[in-house]
Design a protein around this ligand. Sequence first.
Ligand code: HMG
Length: 392
Amino acid sequence: MLIGIDSLEIATPELYLDMTDLAVARGVDPAKFHTGLGQDQMAVAPATTDVVTLAARAAAAVLDRAEEADTASLGLVVVGSESAVDASKAMAVMVHGLLGLPEGVRAFDIREACYAGTAGLMTAVDYVAAHPGRTALVIASDLARYGLGTGGEPTQGAGAVAMLVRQDPRLLVIDPASTARTQDVYDFWRPEGESVPRVDGHLSNRCYTDMFARVLAAHQEASGLGLEDFAALCFHLPYTKMGRKALAGVLPPEEAEARGLGHLHRRYDDSLVYSRRVGNCYTASLYLGVASLLDHCDLRAGDRLGLFSYGSGAVGELVTVTVVEGFGARRDPGATVSALDARRRLGVEEYESVLTESLGPVGEDASATLLPDEGPYALTGVVDGVRRYRRP
Ligand code: HMG
């Protein structure tokens, strides 16, 4: 049975900061952010945009594209996120409510740093395999925030990617035989009650590149697939230079050219177009890269792609997918670019005020918060710990 992603849609906040503006304000050479990290812009979420509103927007776009039969067959809604808004109630249940989904659905969250979205996706593949004819909605949604003036500040961002998983998918077929590795390490973590993570940035870079090399070698041994079998590779993108460093670690560009594998480096660039403008969105980042690759690369039906997922803590997984005939008709790159172009550019002071406010409690009435979300879904306040949302 062929199972995989039938559609994939993105939602990002309506505000952004230009990385040159941030560099100037912090007294840093802008080239460090644009070239050293590979980031041009960074999405900024106001207090009324949270992981639930982003997830709902992305999921609503997926359901708009879905066949009626696929929506009627929905049996599973999973949110992968590390930005939980409640310690008990699942964000998947909130999204289920906002979208008015049928009651006969399992809805739950998965957490393991940036790996959670992939855990959700592979759970959905297993679910559809065990329940032929059913579909699953997987949403990766996160706000990546480190705080003002921190080392991680230029690697912030926010966004959600929603995917419909079903039999005979029209975008990407997923090979269930992926390769995962787990290693208990404190490279990035967020203790309960703290609003921003603690991170050992340089250790986290090393953990990421080591994990990629180990997972790739293990996948090769288990599946017999080597680098020469992939048309392109997509990576978790905490900043767009990161995957390039991991790839260069196992395949330096000169060696790639000599082995006829230069396309892996060239196509890596095609996977960065959206992330350069959005920044890190934790669990959603890998799938933002997949969307960018599908929208900007000269892929053909039957091409095999490797997706490297990394979540600090740490879990890494290499998932193999195959491009389906007619996949281009399932994407609308123009709409994604227009949505990014339509965002409002913040000044650095505005960004600082919005970020500071969004890291604090929202209160019962969110209408007076800075630059409120004008999209279809928005947080309107928190009363007795109950989050209240506007929906269309
Ligand atoms: P830093 O110390 O500010 O930067 O930390 P740096 O000094 O390492 O410089 C960064 C790059 O810019 C270097 O390139 C410099 O050479 C270059 P590299 O050697 O790495 O190729 N550079 C310049 N280039 C051009 N012109 C210049 C210039 N100056 C320097 N003038 C760091 C950077 C990413 C560590 C920091 O921002 C951070 O801690 N970020 C958060 C952690 C992170 O993103 N880690 C990534 C791996 S872990 C992961 O992906 C998981 C995660 O998403 C969380 C989860 O799983 O939930 C984070």
